[in-house]
Write a protein that binds this ligand. Structure first.
Ligand code: PEP
Length: 241
């Protein structure tokens, strides 16, 4: 039975005060949330402590946006698995396209970060996706297949979420057709040894398109950027029909 995971990625938004204000409003909207799904907030490192102290007993799980592959050491600016788990973090995004594009992440470093997350008992959300040029050239399936096979070397598929995020759909308002995303996600699943890995879609998900996306047979949740910053809208996404 595949778990449904609805995750928000705040990226570099919200101070601690903003995060607390969001949480108070968000919790009010979640009172009717069905218990068949997990809601995750992947927030900046600076907001993890504050949210962790105020989440008790709620449905929401805490997530980070990156993790270093070493357990400790001379890695200025990086954060280790122990530092995250002591704050009550349960999920961590790994290999987001913004990390790959702006911060030089490669499939090799993504793989090392996935292994580190699992070593520390965290569930990584591995992001994969193709560019517009790759899609137009008909390379989507081969690009995604290569990412999956390189990123997942030695990774335990029983503690993993994958997010299919076409890069051209992220932050553009240009959502991938739900049926197209469903096909790509089906192809990802066919490559996995564990058929219970939840696979999300990400890319301009909003309250207006969540029901169509979640109606697809292969899609087990969403990773939401911009629309997760607003409590009422994100609650509508979590509460999809
Ligand atoms: C993301 O950053 O993972 C994302 C999907 O962003 P957006 O929802 O804003 O397209």
């Amino acid at each position: 039975m595949r778990k449904i995971v609805i995750a928000g990625n705040w990226k570099m938004h919200k101070t601690q005060g903003d995060a607390l204000a969001f949480l108070q409003e968000f919790l009010n909207y979640l009172t009717e949330t069905p218990d068949d799904r997990e809601a995750v907030l992947c927030v900046p490192f600076t907001a993890l402590g504050t949210l962790s102290k105020n989440l008790h007993g709620s449905l929401i799980k805490l997530g980070a946006q990156n993790i270093h592959w070493a357990d400790e050491g001379a890695f200025t600016g990086e954060i280790s698995g122990d530092m995250l788990s002591e704050l009550g973090v349960r999920y961590v995004i790994v290999g987001h396209s913004e990390r790959r594009q702006y911060f030089g992440e490669t499939d090799e470093t993504v793989n090392q970060r996935l292994l580190a997350a699992q070593r520390h008992g965290l569930t990584p959300i591995l992001c994969v996706g193709e560019t517009k040029e790759q899609r137009d050239a008909g390379e989507t399936d081969s690009i995604i297949a290569a990412q999956i096979s390189k990123d997942l070397v030695d990774v335990d598929q029983s503690n993993l979420v994958i997010a299919y995020e076409p890069i051209w759909a992220i932050g553009t308002g240009d959502t991938c057709e739900a049926t197209d995303a469903n096909k790509v996600i089906g192809a990802i699943r066919a490559q996995l040894t564990n058929q219970d890995v939840p696979i999300q879609y990400g890319g301009s998900v909003k309250p207006g398109n969540i029901d169509e996306i979640m109606a697809q047979s292969e899609i087990d949740g969403v990773l939401v950027g911009g629309a997760s910053l607003q409590a009422e809208g994100f609650a509508r996404i979590v509460n999809f029909q």
